[in-house]
Design a protein around this ligand. Structure first.
Ligand code: FES
Ligand code: FES
Length: 169
């Protein structure tokens, strides 16, 4: 069958080229997890709704469950494994911005992209960027605190510790 045909592709992941044999229909999420051993991106809804599978492609967050791996050729892919010791990762740990942790890689990827990309970062901007991610443990308050802490370490205008302040206020 045509869609079962395999292709050799090279994906640029976390600064390294990975040559892989994939099917046209393979999602980026499956290729990262099953072929590359990068299990930080999580399968949640697998329907584009929860954000647990978020990775950064070039400089923007994408839901890897609804992106074909073959579409990612020629682009720079960053997974949570590529963000070790980043300001956002450290802030999430410092602020305990997780409970079960299943959603955490997706939130960190999205927040990292926001900090790199958004020109003005205020509460509405944070709220808007995080709308694409769901935390079933409802750790939103701590997540917002972690983002503000990461902002402060990147020389922005928020406090430099885990102030508790809901996104909705
Ligand atoms: S698993 Fe991709 S958006 Fe939920
Ligand atoms: S910490 Fe459990 S889903 Fe977010």
């Amino acid at each position: 069958m045509h869609n079962m045909a395999k292709h050799e592709v090279t994906l640029h992941i976390n600064g390294e080229d990975r040559t892989l044999v994939i099917r046209h229909a393979d999602t980026l999420l499956d290729v990262l997890r099953l072929q590359c051993g990068l299990t930080g991106a999580k399968p949640g809804c697998e329907n584009g709704d929860c954000g647990a599978c978020t990775v950064i492609v070039d400089d923007l967050p994408y839901k890897s469950c609804i992106m074909l791996a073959i579409e990612a050729t020629g682009h720079a892919i960053t997974t949570i494994e590529g963000l070790e010791n980043s300001p956002v990762q450290r802030a999430f740990a410092r602020c305990y911005a997780f409970q079960c942790g299943y959603c955490t890689p997706g939130f960190i990827m999205n927040a990292h992209a926001m900090l790199e990309h958004a020109t003005s970062i205020d509460k509405p901007t944070i709220q808007e960027w995080l709308e694409s991610n769901i935390c079933r443990c409802t750790s939103y308050e701590e997540i917002a605190s972690a983002i503000r802490m990461a902002l402060s370490t990147m020389n922005a205008t928020f406090p430099d510790d885990c102030e508790r302040d809901s996104l909705s206020t």
